[in-house]
Write a protein that binds this ligand. Structure first.
Ligand code: TRP
Length: 450
């Protein structure tokens, strides 16, 4: 069913759009993944590499994806194909949209599993079960959760169902409405956590750990991890922001909007670091304990502090809120695609897409227990999905997108879209044509050779 521009829903305001984009960007990537990747990559080296990747690669690609999306006004595949055709280029640029939709599928499957962990921990912390427990028993609780395929499946199912419900209701009511309520709440709770740490110790140590430059640890692997994470945390390299751009009104200033989103996303990630690492240091915990980091370390701290049950419950609520506004954005492009290209209505498209993703998620969670022996090139299913998407699909799709905008589209169109005058326009061109693509290519080649 063809949908023309008039029929296509638009964001109620540019404020609504910023909220929804921030809602997509800020998620488990900021609060679960960023801290443990910092911990695994030795602290500040990762933080510095990440900040560079955000500014020089992530920002321009975010702008590029919105720009293409706004011109195309369709799902990512048709958008790339149409915009390419209108520039006299091959319609096979639609493939860039297709790899994006594929990436969304794959990411949401394992994302929903972690969303399920967060949901489960709301109930665990709220029931006061961590009060007064030592590190061994907290770790045992986490290990027991991982070992139980049944528990993981139940919470993964609840998380996926919540996501499907919000997407099924529709774009403006679902995504924008949710973001409007949840995002400010998220900021508030993080703020409280950081404030608590300033008073209760470990703060100076955490600041030093996160920000004292130690470039000796800046290896090619750390660079690739930081690059992949820059894509993951901004929700780029996958068609999601292309799909969002299709709802974006002409009057919205892309560069200013991207700046707001990038700054908020980065501030939230760093705030999550400042909320988590002081607790880790003041309780003598290991920052490098991997994906379980927040689940194994924080409950120990919450269990030993005065208002720990309340604070801990709020914290896991916050993670779940953030995860849901992101997972909603992971499901949206697939649903939009099915809705426009098949006879399915929105509800039906949502049910079909989420069922397939749910099944893949079950396979991913089984790699923590029943299927732990099964590996793909040395990785369990969960790790394989994470690595395939963050380290390959996202950067390569993003690279194609920025090459399209920097080299394939008529540059006068781009200049008009961005509304830039001479000096800033030249800066944009240097970054979009050279800095961003070359950075991605160099990181890839260095990693492949290493
Ligand atoms: N950015 C989200 C986070 O940080 C995850 C996410 C949502 C995402 N949509 C995406 C990642 C699209 C890559 C592509 O948790």
């Amino acid at each position: 069913m063809a949908i023309n521009k008039q029929e296509h829903a638009q964001w109620s305001s540019s404020f609504g759009f910023v909220l929804a984009a921030v809602g997509s960007a800020v998620g488990l990537g900021n609060i679960w993944k960023f801290p443990y990747m910092v911990g695994e990559s030795g602290g500040s080296a990762f933080v510095i590499a990440y900040l560079f990747c955000i500014a020089l690669v992530g920002f321009p690609i975010l702008v590029a994806e919105w720009l293409v999306g706004r011109r195309g006004q369709k799902n990512p595949i048709n958008t790339f194909a149409d915009v390419a055709a209108s520039e006299g280029k091959s319609r096979s640029w639609g493939i860039v949209g297709a790899t994006g939709i594929l990436g969304g599928f794959l990411i949401l499957s394992f994302y929903s599993v972690i969303g399920g962990w967060a949901l489960n921990y709301i109930t665990k912390v709220a029931s006061g079960s961590f009060a007064g427990q030592d590190s061994d028993s907290v770790a045992a609780t986490f290990d027991a959760m991982l070992a139980s395929a049944g528990t993981l499946t139940v919470w993964h199912t609840v998380f996926m169902a919540l996501t499907a419900l919000i997407v099924g209701i529709g774009v403006t009511k679902g995504i924008e409405g949710t973001a409007k309520i949840l995002m400010p709440l998220l900021g508030l709770i993080l703020f409280i956590m950081v404030g608590y740490n300033v008073i209760n110790g470990g703060f100076g140590e955490a600041v030093a750990y996160l920000f004292t430059p130690d470039l000796s640890k800046l290896t090619a692997d750390v660079m690739l991890a930081a690059l992949g994470h820059a894509f993951f945390t901004l929700s780029i390299g996958m068609g999601i922001m292309v799909a969002y751009g299709s709802y974006l009104g002409r009057e919205v200033n892309l560069l200013k909007t991207a700046r707001t989103v990038v700054i908020l996303d980065t501030v939230i990630a760093l705030a999550a670091g400042l909320a988590i690492f002081p607790i880790i240091f003041s309780h003598g915990l290991d920052p490098a304990s991997g994906p379980g980091l927040i689940f194994v370390s924080l409950p120990i701290a919450f269990g030993s502090m005065g208002a720990g049950t309340i604070l801990g419950t709020l914290f896991f609520l916050l993670i779940t809120f953030a995860a849901i506004t992101s997972s909603v954005s992971l499901l949206e492009p697939t649903v939009e695609f099915l809705e426009e290209r098949t006879s399915m209505n929105r509800m039906m498209a949502t049910v079909v897409a989420s069922t397939v993703i749910w099944l893949l998620g079950v396979a991913a969670l089984l790699s923590f227990n029943l299927w732990s022996e099964f590996t793909i090139m040395g990785n369990g299913i969960f790790d394989a999905l994470d690595k395939l998407t963050s380290k390959f699909l996202l950067p390569l799709t993003g690279l194609a997108g920025i090459i399209f905008v920097g080299w394939k589209m008529d540059q006068r169109t781009i200049q008009q879209e961005l509304g830039l005058s001479n000096g800033m326009w030249q800066l944009w061109q240097i970054v979009a044509k050279f800095v961003a693509p070359i950075a991605v290519i160099v990181v890839f080649i260095t990693t492949l050779m290493g």
